[in-house]
Write a protein that binds this ligand. Structure first.
Ligand code: ADP
Ligand code: MG
Length: 258
């Protein structure tokens, strides 16, 4: 049975998508079978593999709202060992469509989970990329996932926001998915030469330690030069041949969540 890992938080631009696709990249090189599920209407998962999400005619929206099976929308072998259940702009309407016809959707938080049953056994890992907010989509993700990775960008007010998201996840978990586990908080876009970054990360480590939340040793460095692999090669950094500081960070991340 697949291990289902969601990369979630209520913020944008903190590397949710980058972590999802690069972790998939490391796992694919190990020969693991991976499904990446994109649940964000920006459709950035397919973009990370050099494909246009607006070119797909069946997305996660169609399986959740129109009753297609997951198999009908999954794109096989986007890269070796990696299948993708894509998202695109249609997902913008998901919450509105479900909430305005709520009688048609008796289990609004379990829609994704129910759809995945038929494909779970086909994969070693299912990685779910999420939108930058808390709503019906995120609720579906948190009901489906076994584990959640929380990207944390160390800035002035980011501790306050981390405390809130951890508490929101905890309360959701108690009601909807008691076995959900926080796999770890992972610091992203880090420049350790910046005093603010080191201080905030230290504060975060202390908070996590005191509250029994795992904070990963691995940090994902700010590395604009290397992060451009998607733009130049149409692939996540971990699937290009180059080994560099950023790729190594994703390998370390993978080893830490073994
Ligand atoms: P999210 O999914 O949380 O919105 P993304 O993964 O899309 O975040 O990343 C946000 C932006 O940061 C993207 O434009 C991406 O190309 C860029 N980026 C990715 N990795 C790095 C990195 N290591 N250093 C600097 N910028 C990065
Ligand atoms: Mg994203």
């Amino acid at each position: 049975m697949a291990r289902v890992i969601a990369v979630s938080t209520n913020k944008g631009g903190v590397l949710k998508t980058s972590i999802s696709v690069n972790l998939a990249g490391v796992l694919s090189k190990e020969g693991k079978r991976i499904l990446i599920i994109d649940t964000d209407n920006q459709g950035n998962v397919l973009l990370s593999f050099g494909r246009n999400p607006d070119d797909v005619d069946r997305s996660i929206y169609n399986i959740l709202v129109e009753g297609l099976s997951a198999k009908e929308a999954i794109i096989k072998d986007v890269y070796k060992n990696i299948d993708v259940l894509p998202s695109n702009d249609d997902m913008t309407f998901f919450e509105f469509d479900v909430l305005t016809k709520i009688k048609q959707y008796p289990e609004p938080f379990s829609m994704l989970k129910n759809k995945l049953r038929e494909v779970e056994s086909l994969y070693d890992y299912i990685i779910i990329d999420t939108p930058p907010n808390l709503g019906l989509t995120q609720g579906n993700v948190l009901t489906t996932a076994d584990e959640i990775l929380i990207p944390f960008q160390p800035e002035n007010y980011s501790m306050r926001s981390l405390v809130k998201i951890l508490s929101a996840i905890n309360s959701f978990k108690n009601d909807h998915n008691p076995s959900l586990r926080v796999l770890g908080v992972v610091a992203t876009l880090v420049d350790l030469r910046t005093i603010l970054h080191s201080e905030v990360i230290q504060e975060c480590r202390r908070y996590c330690y005191e509250n029994n939340v795992k904070m990963l040793e691995t940090v994902i460095p700010r590395a604009i030069r290397y992060a451009n692999s998607v733009a130049y090669e149409g692939l996540p950094a971990t699937l290009t041949t180059k080994n560099n500081q950023l790729v190594q960070a994703y390998i370390d991340l993978r080893n830490e969540i073994h």
